[in-house]
Design a protein around this ligand. Structure first.
Ligand SMILES: Cc1ncc(COP(=O)(O)O)c(C=O)c1O
Length: 399
């Protein structure tokens, strides 16, 4: 067989995609499967946003757009950032088909080959692979569950080396739902100020999915010196229920955004013309449905967190944002499955849940910290209720 490039041996395929395929395969075999894997809103894109996309097609707005995005959308994004205290010129806004390519382009633009990218653990599955794609070394730093899975300044300081070039921050966090408060961020800023070679790359894609009156604080809004070293990434997949439209955007200082724009220009160009028009409507049109959707996620969160915390061997904090529970399953380790096999890891627990409950979730090893698993609660409430009942019965089966 003709050789596949050696660099491919450095990457692992996405663990969550693997579980999604497994759930689909079992469903196709006729099994009753409850997939709590995906990170996708259950809501449809808002009608006015869809209409803007349809209008773009009808108006034949279907040609190449400028590589960095249409000017009116860049202006709207700059205005949106301004509401969060982020002062970016429209010319320093880049648009791409999803947040994913922006994160990779940012790492490539900000760090040299072999430089280190600090990734707090647990992390979103793609971050380590993104760092590797960029030719960088991911450096992992554990975030203590006792402090809400947030990176502490001491832990950050301990992993910084002369090769550290990027600190990746994700708030609200996937998979834990943790949100960094202003105090948390100011403590990290104190450390970062001692190391002027470090860029901050933030992923704020769950910005709108925050609970109990919380509001996302962006690190770049807190300190002008740090703002000069921060690239803020965001996208419309989650809060605006637009995952399939592929719309991501980023803002930052001119030197970084020019470099990122140059890369995106070669790699993907801006998002497609239809999605850009739809995104313009999403950002400038009616916003009231977002709060309604968040209220619905909040109801689901309360239901699933209460259910999980009553199951023997499982416990989880109530997440502050995003739509995932990160569940500690250490209490099930050492217990026996109905076939007599002993549960030795979160993966064993998850495989047992698939077999005995038909509930598919993602083992914590995928996010760098076990024995945990991630359970998405973005699905509709009736499905979640049935899945919780199945999971409760499974946990009661373990001896
Ligand atoms: C933390 C995080 N960042 C980025 C993404 C991908 O975003 P996009 O759809 O904009 O590429 C996801 C999707 O699950 C995510 O959870």
């Amino acid at each position: 067989m003709t050789h596949i490039a050696t660099r491919m041996s450095r990457f692992a395929p996405s663990g969550t995609m693997g579980m999604i395929s497994l759930a689909n395969r079992l469903k196709a075999e006729g099994k009753e499967i409850f997939s709590l894997v995906g990170g996708e809103p259950s809501f449809n894109t808002a009608e006015d946003v869809k209409a803007a996309g349809i209008k773009a097609i009808e108006e034949d707005f279907l040609r190449y757009t400028p590589g960095e995005g249409i000017p009116e959308l860049r202006k709207a994004i700059a205005a949106k950032f301004k509401e969060s205290g982020l002062d970016y010129k429209p010319s320093d806004i880049m648009i791409a088909p999803g947040t994913k390519p922006l994160l990779v382009a940012a790492m490539m633009a900000l760090a040299d080959l072999g430089d280190e990218v600090i990734i707090p653990v647990p992390y979103w599955v793609s971050y380590p692979e993104m760092a590797r794609i960029a030719g960088c070394e991911p450096v992992f730093v554990d975030c203590d569950p006792k402090t809400g899975f947030r990176l502490s300044p001491e832990a950050l300081e301990a992993v910084i080396t002369p090769r550290t070039k990027v600190l990746l921050l994700n708030s609200p966090n996937n998979p834990t739902g943790a949100i960094y408060s202003e105090d948390d961020l100011r403590a990290l800023i104190t450390v970062l100020k001692k190391h002027p070679q470090i860029w901050v790359l933030t992923d704020e894609i769950y910005e709108h999915i925050v609970y109990d009156g919380r509001r996302l604080v962006s690190i770049a809004a807190l300190d002008p010196e740090i703002a000069e070293r921060t690239v803020t990434c965001n996208g419309l997949s989650k809060g605006y229920a637009m995952a399939g439209w592929r719309m991501g955007f980023a803002g930052g200082p001119s030197n970084a955004m020019k470099a990122i724009g140059d890369l995106i220009g070669h790699l993907t160009g801006a998002s497609n013309s239809i999605s850009q028009r739809a995104a313009l409507e999403a950002l400038t049109g009616d916003q009231s449905y977002i709060a309604e959707q968040v209220a619905s996620y909040c109801e689901r969160r309360d239901m699933v967190a209460a259910a999980i915390n009553q199951m023997p061997g499982l416990s989880c904090p109530v997440p502050e944002g995003a739509f995932y529970l990160y569940v500690d399953c250490s209490g099930t380790i050492g217990k026996k499955l109905p076939n007599g096999a002993v549960i030795q890891s979160d993966t064993d627990f998850i495989m047992g849940a698939i077999e005995h409950a038909g509930v598919v979730m993602v083992p914590g090893s995928t996010f760098g910290m076990g024995p945990y698993f991630r359970m998405s609660f973005s699905m509709d409430k009736a499905l979640l209720e049935r899945a919780m009942e199945k999971l409760r019965r499974y946990c009661n089966m373990l001896s």
